[in-house]
Design a protein around this ligand. Structure first.
Ligand code: TEU
Ligand code: CA
Length: 547
């Protein structure tokens, strides 16, 4: 992939985007209906999370047939129409390939359960007694990562839900079968792929207990992961498509290898270290106040580290697994619009490819659910039970879910102030949190000062200012813990981006020759500047361009 650095990618969770047949669940035809909205926003690719045949235990990340579309979301004809209509708007469609595991309803797993050794070797089955799992590894969704099958006298590995059995990538038949999946969708005109937890696919030949943790350090960025990725890309000829790997608990060194062009692996990768600064002791289910100085350092280390070795970051705050960033790192009450715009600016002008998760461009907030009956996500429901068993009260567990649940990102898009927010005419599969009337897409399109129009400006800047797509980066105001500031530069141009991540007013010395710079973008109508000083308002962002 060569000319990708001025591109912006929009992520759609189809179940919650737009419902065209009034069953309360979003679908492919619903996406087609909203392509003009996406074209106006100015994005270049749409990454759609899985809509293949699935029991929907993990909302489609548990795939039972990689080659067919679940009727819940529509038909192959609908997808072909979507690809074509997106193409007419210069928008490429990226599919989500879940290759670390399949649903236990997949034909391969059913044949394994029927005793077919060939298909047992598609997965990670281990002989053993019913009381002793092969290793002490834990599922990321809680509990053991092993499930015992009595009639086989064997355990199988599932790093996620018990209905998501891990594939055995050390088996060439598995690798070849998955290449056929890529070739099939590529032949349909798909322009890119997101690879789900792709850095977990290479398990060590010998599986042993992790004496220091839950097993992730033994299977993450595993022994053959780079070799398998190179083989997949080469044998399917996708090096020129837009590809991104979701790298769970990864390292900078591996992400340089995953994304530097010379390695011929992927175009870029997601890492999540910056989204754990509000995890107490690294535990997602122990909530603490976001540590902004640490957030700054992580973003800086990854920007400088990848730049130094010619790697390439996906830059993002939100996705279908993460809480809404304006509620998490901003202030969705007192400074809703200002903090949403500041957070967007802080990543969109970085070195890397920005991702916008559906509704982020509207400043959609967390769900603020207050009863367990409102939740749908398997990870959230599992951990609610775990927290209650650990002795937490219902109120404590619900407070943690309100901050952490993936359902925060999965409430329906807010298209209008009609019933069910214009998402559907039927009650949606998940509750729509109350959002004041002016926060829906229709209202924001009419308001030139809206978050929606601000995102349009950011996307336009990436396409019109080469320094943003191609420029180098270095960081400023390192001594200001709540200020995240950087410079982007080429031989010809420079921009300076200053972001106040706090409620406080902050006075800065002008570390650059202010007279030589003009204000290009900001999130306040009035900006205060005294001789040689910059006065930042709460959550203020300033983008300066050298004249
Ligand atoms: O998520 C990978 C993953 O590690 C998730 O557990 C996620 O990071 C975590 O819930 C955030 O706290 C991918 C998909 O994005 C997710 O939706 C799937 O549930 C998971 O893989 C299994 O396919
Ligand atoms: Ca529908």
């Amino acid at each position: 992939m060569s000319d990708f650095k001025d591109k912006v990618i929009y992520q759609i969770y189809p179940r919650s985007f737009k419902d065209s047949n009034q069953d309360g669940i979003g679908d492919l035809k619903g996406i087609i209906q909203q392509l003009d909205y996406l074209q106006e926003l100015g994005i270049d690719y749409i990454w759609i999370t899985p809509f293949f045949v699935s029991p929907q235990r993990d909302n489609g990340y548990d795939i039972a047939d990689y080659f067919n579309i679940d009727p819940l979301f529509g038909s192959m004809k609908d997808l072909e129409q979507l690809i074509d209509e997106a193409d007419q708007r210069n928008i490429g469609i990226m599919l989500d390939m879940v290759f670390n595991h399949t649903s236990t309803k997949h034909d391969w797993f059913k044949r394994a359960l029927n005793g077919e050794k060939e298909y047992q070797d598609y997965y990670i089955f281990k002989e053993g007694s019913k009381d002793t799992p092969p290793t002490n590894w834990e599922s990321k969704f809680g509990g053991s990562a092993w499930e015992y099958v009595p009639h086989l006298g064997k355990w199988y590995l599932h790093l996620f839900d018990v209905t998501q059995a891990d594939l055995n990538w050390n088996n060439k038949c598995v690798r070849d079968a998955l290449k056929q999946v890529i070739l099939f969708w590529k032949s349909k005109g798909i322009k890119g792929f997101r690879f789900d937890v792709i850095n977990l696919i290479s398990k060590p030949e010998v599986l042993e207990d992790d004496m220091l943790g839950d097993g992730r350090r033994l299977y993450t960025d595993g022994p053959n992961v780079h070799e398998y990725l190179k083989e997949l890309v080469k044998d399917t000829g996708i090096e020129d498509l837009m590809t991104v790997g979701e790298m769970s608990s990864t390292t900078l060194e591996n992400c340089i290898r995953y994304s530097k062009p010379e390695e011929k692996e992927l175009t870029m990768c997601f890492n999540f270290h910056h989204l754990k600064v509000d995890y107490l002791n690294g535990d997602k289910w122990e909530v603490t106040k976001p540590d902004i100085p640490t957030l700054k350092k992580i973003l800086m280390d990854w920007q400088m580290g990848m730049q130094k070795e010619n790697g390439w970051n996906a830059v993002f705050w939100c996705n279908h697994d993460q809480p809404r960033v304006v509620s998490r790192f901003g202030d969705d009450k007192r400074y809703w619009k200002e903090s949403a715009k500041m957070l967007a600016t802080s990543i969109h002008l970085l070195r890397g490819t920005p991702y916008i998760y559906q509704g982020e461009e509207l400043g959609m907030t967390n769900a603020y659910f207050d009863s367990i009956e409102q939740y749908r996500d398997v990870e959230s429901l599992n951990y609610y039970e775990i927290m209650i068993k650990q002795g937490k009260s219902k109120e404590e567990a619900l407070e943690i879910l309100a901050a952490r649940s993936r359902d925060n990102a999965r409430t329906p898009m807010l298209w209008s102030n009609e019933r069910y927010a214009g998402f559907s005419e039927k009650e949606p599969w998940i509750l729509i949190p109350s959002m004041e009337g002016d926060k829906n897409a229709l209202a924001q399109k009419e308001d030139s000062n809206s978050i929606f129009h601000y995102y349009k400006k950011l996307i336009h800047l990436r396409k019109t200012k080469e320094v943003i797509a191609e420029g180098r980066i270095d960081f400023m105001y390192l001594s200001q813990p709540e200020v995240f500031a950087y410079r982007r530069y080429t031989d010809q141009d420079q921009i300076i981006v200053i972001n106040n991540f706090s409620h406080d007013k902050i006075q800065l010395d002008c570390e650059f020759d202010c007279k030589r710079y003009q204000l290009l973008l900001s999130n306040y109508t009035l900006h205060q500047q005294k001789e040689g000083k910059i006065l930042l308002q709460p959550y203020e962002t300033l983008v300066y361009e050298r004249r």
